[in-house]
Ligand binder design. Structure first.
Ligand code: FAD
Length: 427
């Protein structure tokens, strides 16, 4: 089998790691548009476009430390060493991914500065084959190569989602998305409205309080953060409209601001997939995918890393193990009809629980069930529940103790239990 992986971030490296030990795989190419592996975890001061005219991929900012502890940031077969601090800086995560790639001999299979431009089912072929067209950015030469399988691992935190806020386009100050944020200095002396209280929004709002007189954090979190914020950070509900340099909020209040900072998340984007791949992204729902992973219309294509609010690297590993087992015949994927029925059922079941279409791939409380369903079907090991438990605990502490939660130290006791040393005390 000839396999193509798009992207050498954590997902692509994990796919390569498992495919390289698979006897049925005869050829493996990891096509990576940038000059190094690590994807999201590569920090650059550059924003906008790179030297080859491609949009800058990474959304990493300089001060970033992971929002989850190291115990659940590693791969099941390659954990982050005990000696590392609890919540790693981005550069250490990058070094960890480099070690992972070296240990498993992945690096020599990565074609750097190779930009995937088009993936299309092979015309007139009797079997499901793929034509992948990529450009060598150094030479400018474009090649089309045939593969039996395609792993789409292009990352989902690089195409900004811009919300539809009345007056945003006409706003008289600056508008910026967190994708382009690197350091807080740019906000010196400015009054900044941060929209969105996800991990980046909260971290960045806090970070820029040291540079500005006024930061307003607008969000619609169901659970109000109990974190103690500096006095120059005010929380507000959603923005109703912007006019001139004034923001009007849903509670009837208003504030004068210089900058609208959008920490509003990202869109799934697969610009290289030809429409005949039959993958549609609408309202941030990627479909039709079986188990958020397999292209139902063309099951020789899979997508690693679509679900969010997950234990990312552990999930990548499980998704890859699942899919590779379908490739090597350990188990058989259901028929297209069955997979479609399953996906439609899942969508309506989510809708009945109040999930919107935009939340089609949100896991959170559904994580364990999702992991178990993959593991059971493929006959492989699932992710121990202690991993999801730590994720839940850390996320709560993030919300309610933003300034200090990264000082907590976690210790896994067994597959189900853990302890925390917080403020010098065992909990
Ligand atoms: P990426 O890391 O984005 O890698 C995708 C790769 O594909 C890139 O190298 C890119 O260059 C390449 N590529 C894309 N298109 C093409 C193309 N057409 N041709 C060739 N190559 C292409 N997760 C956590 O678990 N914990 C955290 O603390 C955490 N913090 C985060 C902080 C920020 C600011 C962001 C943006 C994300 C964070 N994440 C965190 C999520 C993180 O992105 C994932 O954990 C994970 O690293 C994503 O890996 P990936 O391989 O799916 O995507």
């Amino acid at each position: 089998m000839r396999v193509c992986i798009v992207g050498a971030g954590a997902a692509g490296l994990c796919a390569a790691r498992h495919l390289l030990i698979e006897p049925c795989v005869t050829e493996l190419d990891v096509l990576e548009q940038s000059s190094q592996l690590g994807g999201t975890w590569v920090y650059t001061e550059t924003v906008g476009y790179d030297d080859f005219g491609l949009p800058i991929h990474t959304s990493m900012y300089k001060s970033l430390r992971t929002n989850l502890p190291k115990e659940i940031m590693g791969f099941p077969d390659f954990p982050i060493p005990e000696s590392e601090r609890s919540y790693l800086p981005a550069k250490d995560m990058l070094a960890f991914l480099q070690l992972y790639a070296e240990k498993h001999g992945v690096s020599e299979h990565v074609k750097f500065k190779h930009h995937v431009q088009l993936i299309i089912p092979k015309q007139g072929a009797t079997a499901e084959l793929w034509d992948v067209t990529y450009k060598d950015l150094m030479t400018g030469v474009t090649t089309t190569k045939e593969y039996d399988y395609v792993f789409v691992c292009n990352g989902h935190y690089n195409t900004p989602f811009i919300p539809n806020i009345p007056g945003l386009k006409e706003f008289e100050g600056d508008v910026m998305h967190s994708h382009d944020y690197r350091v807080p200095d740019i906000f010196k002396g400015k009054q900044v409205l941060v929209i969105g209280a996800g991990p980046s929004g909260m971290d960045i709002a806090l970070e820029i309080t040291s540079m500005t007189e006024k930061v307003i954090l607008s969000h619609h979190l169901k659970e109000q953060p109990r974190s103690v914020f500096p006095s120059n950070l005010t929380q507000k509900p959603d923005v109703e409209k912007l006019e001139g340099r004034t923001a009007y909020f849903k509670d009837g209040s208003q504030e004068e601001i210089d900058v609208v900072f959008l920490s509003t998340g990202y869109l799934y984007n697969f610009p290289f997939l030809h429409e005949s791949c039959n993958i549609v992204v609408e309202d941030n729902c990627v479909e039709p995918l079986y188990k958020h992973l397999v292209n139902i219309q063309h099951p020789t294509m899979c997508f690693i890393g679509v679900p969010y609010y997950v234990c990312a690297f552990s999930m990548f590993d499980l998704q890859v193990r699942y899919y590779v087992r379908s490739m090597n015949g350990t188990f058989k994927l259901p028929s297209r009809q069955e997979m479609t029925r399953h996906w439609e059922q899942e969508k309506s079941e989510r809708a009945s629980r109040g999930y919107t279409r935009r939340q089609a791939h949100m896991m959170g409380p559904d994580q364990e069930k999702y992991y178990a369903s993959l593991a059971t079907e493929a006959g492989t090991e699932s992710i121990p529940s202690v991993i999801t438990k730590i994720r839940e605990e850390s996320s709560l502490r993030f919300l309610h103790n933003l300034q200090n939660y990264r000082q907590d130290v976690y210790k896994i006791i067994d597959d189900d239990t853990y302890e925390i040393i917080s403020n010098g005390k065992r909990e």
